[in-house]
Write a protein that binds this ligand. Structure first.
Ligand code: HEM
Length: 421
């Protein structure tokens, strides 16, 4: 890229050697001109070295702490799933595009985690925030994003659609800054409720430590990172899930039968329940594998000279772990090009994992929200399939399984019918 050499890791073997065996050496993130001008080297996603380690470790600890208690993450997800089921039910079996309600549900989980509360779907600022998240994620893969990286000085000064992404990014930044301000006004160090409260406490705790990277700039970008990464990927995977259920009604029926046999009709669904639902769990894994929403993965930067599969890689080299080549590796999957839940089942119908299943990447920089995403996806999917059977609207004969290119591969807009069971 530009003057910087790029190495692509292709196939599970190369990705494993690079991301797992040489995790530390390949833990950097390149900062392209577009990202540098828009977000700077702050937060988690775009930082490397000391800042990245401190911010990441802090958020990981915070997310783990959400496992327990009344305001637990699982409780928030169950609440949003319930709202989502109600919205689908209000469609009364008429065709609708499920994307917006799904995005609202997933975004509200993230908002509860970082801001401490959910938003009404009628709230204008919430809807603008969602629009901004979507635009920032999709802009990156457009020709304008590429042009900006190639001619950044010129593009920075020229008018054009690329200026819109800076406006949306500023909107997100200001939104988060306003939330931080209101948190400060009511802040009680002994009773933290959400990520912003915990972060404010961390700034206070480390204020005399010269190695601390906990400050307001990093806090704003860390919250932005979670909103961006946490909303788009998970809502997109749920959209793919429903599309595959339209395409494979026999699989949908098998999932429903299993849910019916194992769960009581009014039972609250927990993430733990996946262990009793091997077929549903296998379908969920296959959706993550087959849709491959992060495409060729996210670039890394080599932090010190190393070698992958014996090939030398110099410090500074950009390394692209092609995740597609792992989840479609013909040496690891029986029918990689086919949607086939049996990839995750043994001959007795028990769930089995596969080491080449890497939709969340691997190593020190593996997706920070993997556990959150898995919990959300399982609870939302199981709730929807327990309550509704999904059909194509009348007259629609085919499901479009092509994707829209972006930092996250999204299905084309579609409509479905949600028939109560
Ligand atoms: C189905 C949903 C998701 C998928 C498939 C996914 C996938 C990924 C992938 C492939 C990466 C790049 C890792 C690398 O550098 O190799 C990543 C990074 C990241 N993800 Fe996710 N993600 C999902 C959901 C989430 C959620 C819900 C959150 C937040 C709670 C999140 C937060 C992050 C963050 C902060 C990073 C940057 C980590 C770092 O640079 O250290 N993701 N994700």
């Amino acid at each position: 890229m530009g003057q910087t050499p790029v190495v692509v890791l292709n196939g599970y073997k190369a990705i494993k050697d690079g991301l797992i065996n040489h995790s530390e050496e390949l833990s950097g993130r390149p900062l392209t001109p577009f990202y540098r001008d828009m977000m700077g080297e702050k937060g988690i996603f775009l930082t490397s070295g000391h800042t990245w380690k401190q911010q990441r470790r802090f958020v990981m600890t915070f997310l783990k702490s959400l496992a327990l208690g009344k305001r637990s993450l699982e409780h928030r997800i169950q609440e949003e799933s319930r709202h989502l089921v109600e919205v689908f039910a209000r469609k009364k079996g008429k065709p609708f595009n499920p994307r917006i309600p799904i995005v609202h549900a997933v975004a509200n989980v993230m908002c509860a985690v970082v801001f401490g509360h959910r938003f009404s779907t009628e709230d204008d600022s919430f809807n603008r925030l969602i629009k901004a998240i979507n635009f920032v994620i999709y802009y990156q893969a457009t020709i304008w994003g590429r042009m900006y990286d190639a001619f950044s000085w010129l593009m920075h000064h020229l008018p054009g659609p690329h200026q819109k992404v800076f406006v949306y990014n500023d909107f997100m930044h200001n939104f988060v800054k306003n939330k931080i301000q209101s948190h400060k006004e009511r802040w009680k160090a002994e009773d933290p409720q959400d990520l912003i409260d915990f972060y404010l406490a961390q700034i206070e705790k480390t204020k005399d430590d010269p190695t601390s990277t906990f400050n307001e700039d990093n806090m704003v970008q860390t919250v932005d990172d979670l909103l961006l990464a946490g909303t788009e990927a998970t809502s997109t995977i749920v959209c793919w899930a429903l599309l595959y259920m339209l395409q494979y009604p026999d699989i949908q029926e098998k999932v429903q039968k299993e849910l019916e046999a194992v769960l009581e009709p009014s039972q609250l669904i927990h993430y733990e329940d996946r262990k009793k639902l091997p077929y549903t769990n296998a379908v969920i894994h296959e959706i993550l594998r087959y849709s491959n929403i992060t495409a060729v993965g996210t670039p890394r930067q080599c932090m010190k000279d190393t070698a992958v599969l014996g090939f030398p890689i110099e410090k500074g080299t950009i390394v692209l772990p092609n995740l597609h080549s792992a989840v479609y590796d013909s040496e690891h999957w029986e029918t990689p090009q086919k949607f086939n839940p049996s990839h995750f089942l043994d001959s007795h119908g028990n769930f089995v994992n596969n080491e080449a299943f890497l939709p969340f990447s691997a190593g020190h920089r593996v997706c920070l929200g993997e556990q959150v995403a898995r919990t959300e996806f399982f609870i939302i999917f199981a709730n929807l399939l327990r309550t509704f059977t999904f059909h194509l609207p009348e007259g629609v004969k085919e499901v479009n399984l092509d994707y829209i290119l972006g930092a996250v591969l999204q299905p084309h807009p579609y409509k479905l019918l949600a028939a109560p069971r």
